[in-house]
Design a protein around this ligand. Structure first.
Ligand SMILES: Nc1ncnc2c1ncn2[C@@H]1O[C@H](COP(=O)(O)OP(=O)(O)OP(=O)(O)O)[C@@H](O)[C@H]1O
Ligand SMILES: [Mg+2]
Length: 324
């Protein structure tokens, strides 16, 4: 009994999961524009968190505040237990940032840039670690190349190497794969997953919803400076996802029989296809069994069927519409 209660206590007092805590954060720029309105958000230790939102929603502003580049108007943020204002150096030391805008020292070589960056954080040299980062990012062959001679996608990867140079526990990726080709994007995703396996917490913003769908553990949606939703990715897709079952009919139908009209049924492709749409909510019956029985009773036969599920993109577009 005693051991049990001790465990519970430990779990409760462990700052569990939150490696970044954002409370009542707002930002009004000098122009008077309010880019963030009372943001409250915890990022869990070890997760990949994807922040989605349209242009101008406040994603970069939020990241810039956490990284100490932009001052908050109100509110507080702690990163790895350190207040980002009162204890800036400790907080910043725990963070790696890949900014949205490429900012590199054009004349420097790849290797000297990342060595220098590591030094800025007061870390002792670690050539083996830097070699590993460059190899993981397919940049090892380019280690002596001047950054100005690299392609846009390579420059972005140099930014990632630079952000990782001081072995941060938290990594922000602001649009990490903008301008990166499909193959390298997949390599980058694998690398990011590898970082998470090594205990790095990752927060990324992206316009490629496929990227969030592929990688994120949790998804936050920001719109006009407000976080309108934070949800586990699978829960989100289960809750808001719709499933469709398409039946390819043996004989085309001119109309859906009135007895079936109440179901979520529609005809497509000149009556050759019957589409059934249903919510994919947990614990709810899909109604497929009943549907198939009714079709049988009405003598409607099909030669094939196919099911599909709405993607995160459909969900995202629907969410933004619903909240506008
Ligand atoms: N330095 C600044 N001064 C004034 N307004 C700013 C400044 N930086 C950003 N803004 C404004 O704040 C809002 C949020 O900008 P932010 O860059 O955070 O958006 P974002 O979500 O990152 O957009 P994107 O997807 O285009 O990168 C925008 O309306 C932008 O014009
Ligand atoms: Mg941005």
């Amino acid at each position: 009994m005693r051991v049990k209660s001790f465990r519970v206590l430990l779990t409760n007092s462990d700052p569990v999961s939150a490696i970044i805590s954002i409370s009542n954060l707002s930002k009004t720029y000098a122009s008077g524009h309010q880019a963030l309105k009372t943001v409250n958000l915890d990022i869990r230790k070890g997760e990949i968190f994807a922040l989605l939102g349209p242009n101008g929603a406040g994603k970069t502003t939020l990241i810039s505040i956490i990284c100490g580049i932009v001052n908050p108007s109100t509110g507080t943020v702690t990163a790895d237990g350190h207040d980002i204002v009162a204890n800036y150096r400790a907080a910043r030391g725990a963070i790696g940032l890949v900014p949205q805008e490429l900012t590199t020292d054009a004349f420097e070589s790849v290797m000297s840039t990342i060595k220098f960056s590591r030094g800025l954080f007061g870390k002792p040299p670690n050539p083996a670690y830097l070699e590993k980062i460059l190899r993981d990012l397919s940049l090892w062959d380019k280690r002596d190349a001047r950054i100005m001679t690299l392609s846009g996608g390579m420059k972005r990867r140099v930014m990632i190497a630079k952000a990782l140079s001081h072995e941060p526990r938290i990594l922000f990726l602001d649009e990490p794969t903008a301008g990166v080709d499909v193959e390298l994007r997949h390599d980058m995703w694998n690398m990011v997953r590898g970082l998470r396996e090594n205990g790095v917490t990752i927060i990324l913003t992206t316009h490629y919803i496929e990227e969030a769908e592929e990688m994120a553990d949790r998804i936050g949606v920001i719109r006009k400076g407000e976080i309108i939703l934070v949800e586990d990715k699978h829960t989100l897709m289960r809750k808001l996802g719709k499933k469709q079952l398409t039946l390819f009919l043996k004989q085309p139908l001119a109309a859906i029989p009135p007895a079936l009209a109440s179901a979520n049924l529609e005809l497509a492709n000149d009556g050759h296809e019957l589409i059934y749409t249903f919510d994919n909510a947990e614990g709810e019956s899909s109604g497929i069994g009943t549907l198939l029985q009714s079709l049988n009773a009405h003598g409607i036969a099909f030669r094939d069927l196919q099911s599909s599920q709405s993607s995160l993109e459909d969900i995202f577009v629907g969410l933004l519409k619903a909240s506008s």
